[in-house]
Write a protein that binds this ligand. Structure first.
Ligand SMILES: [Ca+2]
Ligand SMILES: [Ca+2]
Length: 204
């Protein structure tokens, strides 16, 4: 489904299993992203970031900018090209680490827990989830979960993914974490029957 583009602006239901971040911390996270951000123009790949604790979504023309926002400025040198980024082992190691950032004693939403790609093989636009903390070591618990309510928030759009923040993730066919699902894993370049079908996500 290369060519379909994602628009922002609708409501996303996000259910954080971890502790919520304060509005002040969220503001600090936004402020930490720095200048040079602008909305993505029509016709270009969009690179969006969702803060799982506030459900706020912002989109950029640059994957590098999206990762800088998602990490609260911790990683500012990601490749501009999202597909190249997926093939960069050093960047993948850095994104895999669970490293929240503290500002004024408050932990900002600063850990990427996963990047969704619009198309298979880590191609097309991206949607990166940013959380106040990564995932706990045990894979038997539930660390974060979201439902994808609308096409604007990538309902039935995801084609591949890379998890981060010490997380594995599972995609579900329906909202409410029902229907068919993918096994918990840290990356998948092709989702098989769940290609363009995922409607909710869980992280552990
Ligand atoms: Ca679905
Ligand atoms: Ca866990």
């Amino acid at each position: 489904m290369r060519g379909r583009r994602i628009a922002a602006g609708a409501v996303l239901v996000v259910l954080g299993i971890g502790s919520a971040v304060s509005p002040a911390a969220a503001d600090q996270r936004s402020a930490a992203a720095g200048p040079g951000q602008r909305p993505a123009a029509a016709g270009t790949d969009r690179h969006c970031v969702v803060d799982v604790s506030t459900a706020k979504m912002t989109c950029y023309t640059s994957f590098r900018t999206a990762i800088a926002v998602a990490t609260a400025g911790r990683i500012t040198d990601a490749p501009q090209d999202a597909r190249a980024a997926a093939a960069d082992p050093t960047l993948r190691r850095r994104l895999a680490a669970a490293t929240p950032v503290k500002r004024d004693g408050v932990t900002a939403a600063a850990t990427t827990i996963g990047t969704m790609y619009e198309d298979r093989d880590y191609d097309g636009g991206t949607l990166t989830y940013s959380a106040p903390s990564g995932c706990t070591g045990p894979t038997s618990d539930l660390d974060w979960q979201v439902e994808l309510i609308t096409p604007e928030h990538w309902n039935d759009e995801i084609g591949s993914f890379l998890a981060g923040g010490n997380c594995w993730l599972s995609l579900f066919e329906h909202r409410g974490w029902g229907g068919a699902s993918t096994p918990f894993t840290w990356l998948d370049d092709y989702l098989g029957v769940l290609d363009d079908e995922a409607s909710s996500i869980r992280w552990t």
